[in-house]
Ligand binder design. Structure first.
Ligand SMILES: NC(=O)C1=CN([C@@H]2O[C@H](COP(=O)(O)OP(=O)(O)OC[C@H]3O[C@@H](n4cnc5c(N)ncnc54)[C@H](O)[C@@H]3O)[C@@H](O)[C@H]2O)C=CC1
Ligand SMILES: O=C(O)CCC(=O)C(=O)O
Length: 422
């Protein structure tokens, strides 16, 4: 457990054990034995690496990195890399399990993977970040690759970091390997629509949720926590739909205005780490922001934000998780009992990996698709996934997170059985 401004909240270790419990419940519901749970309860492999980086002052600093590969029965593993001072091995392992569920929900031929480096990129120069990115790829190069494990961006990493990593991998393998990593710049084989894909997927999920709640875009007030890749695109897409964005935030705090915020103007002022509130006065804390009046609440930053400590005070009718793990499992139950429709992370945030898959397919084909084709395919996959999860939730009379685990684990469990691993 760790102590924060809002009290004591569960650590990533707790998220890990709760994820395992829910996977067990999902496998039981599907009729699998304890052996299947034994296979899927943790990653098949997690590599821990130490990366020496020459810093600008001439001294060498050691960094710790991780790459977790949950299960590759369906195909190569896939998932982002985060650069953050608080990254832990439990967090990366948990995130790799969630990636398996996401890929299962949108039916991609992948298992889950995830990586992280313990560092604070906000305190590093571009040169230091490049050397760290290249050093990480050198350290994990044996276990990753276009047919083994395909990384992508996540918190505090972006297209530039992906470009350095792709270049380093290509040098090591001695041939150009765009399919090694996704989320690249367009000029290096990136896909149209990848930058906004996570947000686009959340929009589809919220659209489905609005219909279920008999609500409309133009009557909806939205709060978005986090103003990075996911949060800033979301703010603009939802504004374009006619919703009123009444609150946004970054790591420093939030801004809230019941009359609605000019999100396009705000987005122009954000820096590459999603920081923007330092340009405003009268900010509130992230804790306060989550409890303000709104119809739709979208956590799009970090984990453990909605907990038993504040779940009773959430005022939204819909909570859509763009972030990974923003709501604890206790809080999920509280929101469900209050008839708040929670669209879980593994479903709501699956748009990013979906377009990453499209990017990888385009790299393998060497043929690049138009934006409308990508958006149509993304829309279709996310809508189908939402409806399968909702149907499961209705049929079993369970919350959407538990339903998403059942739908999301099906393919990897069946593939593992066909391969004779269980
Ligand atoms: N980028 C992607 O393709 C995908 C991202 N996600 C998830 O979405 C979330 C956000 O990711 P990105 O937008 O890519 O990251 P980002 O690095 O672009 O932006 C992160 C944002 O969160 C804010 N933030 C950081 N720590 C915070 C804290 N303790 N409290 C409040 N705000 C904080 C930052 O100031 C920034 O505005 C993460 O949970 C990530 O795992 C999920 C699926 C795909
Ligand atoms: O685009 C990808 O491959 C992975 C995105 C990701 O890390 C996530 O969905 O959490």
């Amino acid at each position: 457990m760790v102590t924060t401004h809002s009290g004591t909240i569960p650590s990533s270790t707790t998220l890990y054990t709760h994820t395992q419990e829910l996977i067990k419940e999902a496998l039981n519901t599907l009729g699998y034995s304890e052996h299947m749970y034994d296979l899927l309860k943790e990653p098949l492999r997690t590599m821990i690496v130490r990366i020496p980086v020459r810093m600008d002052d001439g001294k060498t600093k050691m960094f710790t990195g991780y790459r977790a590969q949950h299960n590759d029965a369906v195909g190569p593993t896939k998932g982002g890399i985060r650069f953050h001072p608080d990254v832990t091995i439990e967090e990366v392992n948990t995130l790799s399990l969630w990636m398996t569920l996401k890929c299962g929900l949108v039916n991609l031929p992948y298992g889950g993977g995830k990586g992280g480096i313990v560092c604070d990129p906000r305190q590093m120069s571009l040169g230091e970040l490049e050397r760290l990115s290249r050093g990480y790829v050198q350290a994990i190069s044996q276990i990753v690759g276009p047919t083994k494990d395909i990384p992508a961006p996540d918190v505090y990493t972006n297209a530039q970091v992906m470009a350095w990593m792709m270049d380093e991998y290509s040098r090591i393998r001695e041939f150009d390997s765009p399919g090694f990593i996704t989320g690249k710049p367009l000029e290096l084989g990136g896909s149209l629509g990848r930058e906004s894909a996570t947000a686009q997927g959340v929009v589809v999920a919220v659209e489905e949720a609005l219909q279920l709640k008999n609500m409309s875009w133009d009557q909806s007030k939205v709060i978005i926590q986090g103003f990075g890749n996911a949060g800033s695109y979301l703010a603009k897409l939802l504004y374009d739909k006619g919703a009123s964005i009444v609150g946004i935030s970054d790591v420093l705090g939030g801004i809230y205005d019941e009359q609605g915020l000019p999100v396009y103007e705000i987005a122009e002022q954000r820096d590459s780490f999603g920081m923007v509130t330092n340009r405003f006065e009268n900010t509130i804390s992230n804790e306060e922001l989550l409890e303000q009046k709104c119809d739709i609440l979208i956590p799009a930053a970090v984990s453990n934000q909605i907990t038993y400590a504040n779940a009773h005070r959430i005022q939204a009718k819909i909570v859509a998780e763009a972030a990974n793990g923003p709501t604890t499992f206790e809080a999920t139950k509280i929101l469900h009992s209050r008839d708040i429709l929670l669209v879980p992370d593994v479903l709501a945030s699956a748009g990013g990996v979906t377009v990453s898959y499209f990017e990888w397919v385009q790299n393998n084909q060497g043929y690049y698709w138009a934006l409308d084709e990508i958006e149509t395919r993304l829309n279709h996959k996310l809508r189908n996934a939402f409806r399968s999860v909702y149907h499961m939730a209705q049929e079993k009379e369970i919350d959407m997170r538990t339903a998403a685990y059942i739908v999301g684990i099906r393919r990897i469990a069946a593939a593992s059985e066909f391969r004779g691993w269980v």
